[in-house]
Design a protein around this ligand. Structure first.
Ligand SMILES: Cc1ncc(COP(=O)(O)O)c(C=O)c1O
Length: 482
């Protein structure tokens, strides 16, 4: 009871106050609001706070002590008993009294929380963020602009950061845009959810890559839309299969990852990009382009987004989750003004606006060139890790995995020898401290591929070697088991 004051509803006239106090304290203990071992204030303090006579407190405390709810330790005070007479079963306090609709499926995309487990996730290495410069920028913004930055503000996000993002997109991705063409969201996930809420409804169909990024599908379908899986091959999403589907039914939106297809890492061919744009115009669907890892292209020239060819049919989505850190929750959407207006209206309903201080601090990091330098450093680092992982996989798992080295990104997609029981291998790997994402989490129907997305961005030198060796050892365990 040292931080907040526990409020008790005592009403003169509703019976003796010592009984009301007794019942109130007992309920607070039984509900867990007063934890076992918590110290009660002294009787004088409590009496003063509650506006009752000290004898009232003493009597209630004496009765609760006799009942086993409180215990008094000589010269130390009165405490909630460590061993309570009756703990309510959890269902009594945690379950609602009304029926719940069916819940979402379990999230099998997340690695276990255990830091000792090496995970082939494609999340970035956050150890290397420009921490000191970032902390300075935060402090500066709070000190100089705190009053404004902490107020209600533009739901599209801080104008300085929008301008910095627009400048980045114009110079590095061929998008001729300005600050007002950008909506900053809490991660691209929010952008996708806003699109689902603002543009799609029950009965609408969203075409997605059959192998793809399930969180995006869930966000787009949250408003009631139906997901239609389109096959993916070495050239990215099969655009002719999409064309056939468009002739059969009315597709309202298409969600794709053309830069490095998730999870297969292939880049959508130039011809398919143009065909996709034509189809979007012909059939009147919104083309949602998720350009989540644009910065990480190692081989060949940069690959501009589809939106750089024609922005009108495209809703372009990007994120700083891969470049800086996922916990930053900073993504952005670029779309024609009437579309952005709809998204902004939805944003106002659920979140009002982003993090004013954080966005201004980020804008300062862009202005200082910190983000740009960080991107360059990470691009070199991930390039090395990609090559290292490719070499290790060839050396240790050459007979089990078949893969093409991706031109960039944060993961290698490997097809698994059909003779291998992938589920069993993953379980054996986990027993050896290595986590693999299940391909079942990346498929829009019931036919998971025999493939693995092996993220390398977070695995530094020796760790990468250890992780691949453990995978190879787990593979041998599987073989011995039959
Ligand atoms: C395909 C894809 N899109 C987007 C994201 C980023 O999501 P967010 O910006 O919500 O962190 C990820 C990250 O895992 C991703 O793999």
């Amino acid at each position: 009871m040292s931080d907040w004051t526990l409020e008790l509803d005592l009403r003169p006239g509703d019976g003796p106050l010592f009984r009301q106090l007794h019942a109130g304290l007992r309920r607070a203990i039984a509900d867990g609001r007063l934890a076992p071992g918590a110290r009660l204030p002294g009787s004088r303090t409590l009496a003063k706070r509650l506006g009752v006579h000290r004898n009232t407190v003493l009597r209630a405390v004496a009765d609760l002590t006799a009942d086993g709810w409180l215990e008094t330790v000589q010269s130390s005070g009165t405490f909630v008993a460590a061993d309570l007479p009756r703990r309510p079963p959890p269902s009594e306090t945690t379950g609602p009294t009304y029926p719940l609709p069916p819940g979402p499926p379990p999230d099998d995309r997340r690695p276990p929380d255990d830091p000792a487990i090496l995970s082939f996730t494609s999340l970035p290495d956050v150890e290397r963020i420009p921490q000191a410069a970032w902390a300075r920028a935060w402090r500066r913004v709070l000190g100089r602009h705190g009053r404004v930055a902490l107020d209600y503000a533009d739901p599209r996000g801080d104008r300085g950061l929008r301008a910095a993002l627009a400048h980045m997109l114009a110079t590095t991705r061929g998008l001729a845009i300005g600050a007002d063409d950008v909506l900053i969201t809490r991660g691209s996930q929010m952008g996708l959810y806003l699109i689902g809420a603002a543009l799609l409804g029950p009965g609408d169909v969203v075409a997605v890559e059959r192998l793809g990024y399930a969180p995006a599908w869930r966000a787009l379908a949250a408003g009631g839309a139906r997901i239609a899986p389109i096959p993916v091959d070495e050239g990215g999403v099969d655009v002719e299969a999409l064309a056939r589907r468009c002739r059969r039914e009315n597709i309202r939106a298409v969600y794709v990852t053309p830069h490095h297809q998730y999870p297969t890492t292939v880049s959508l061919t130039a011809q398919r990009r143009l065909r996709l744009l034509d189809l979007a115009v012909e059939h009147g669907f919104a083309l949602i382009e998720d350009d989540y890892d644009h910065e990480f292209r190692f081989d060949g020239p940069p690959l501009f987004p589809i939106a750089s060819v024609d922005r009108r049919p495209v809703i372009y989505i990007g994120t700083l989750s891969k470049v800086l850190a996922p916990g930053l929750r900073c993504g952005f959407v670029v779309a024609p003004p009437p579309v952005l207006e709809r998204l902004v209206a939805r944003r106002l309903d659920i979140d009002r606006q982003g993090d004013g201080v954080g966005e201004r601090a980020l804008a300062e990091l862009f202005a200082e060139g910190e983000v740009q330098r960080h991107v360059q450093r990470m691009r070199r680092l991930y390039h090395r890790r990609r090559d290292r992982l490719a070499g290790l996989l060839r050396a240790h798992l050459g007979d089990t995995l078949d893969f093409a080295v991706p031109a960039g990104g944060m993961a290698i997609w490997a097809r698994v020898n059909p003779a291998v029981d992938l589920e069993r291998w993953s379980a054996a790997a986990l027993a050896r401290g290595v986590w693999l994402m299940s391909p079942a989490a990346m498929v829009a129907d019931d036919d998971p591929p025999a493939g693995l997305r092996l993220g390398y961005a977070r695995l530094a030198g020796d760790t990468l070697t250890r992780a691949v060796r453990a995978l190879a050892a787990a593979r041998r365990d599987g073989r011995r088991g039959g």
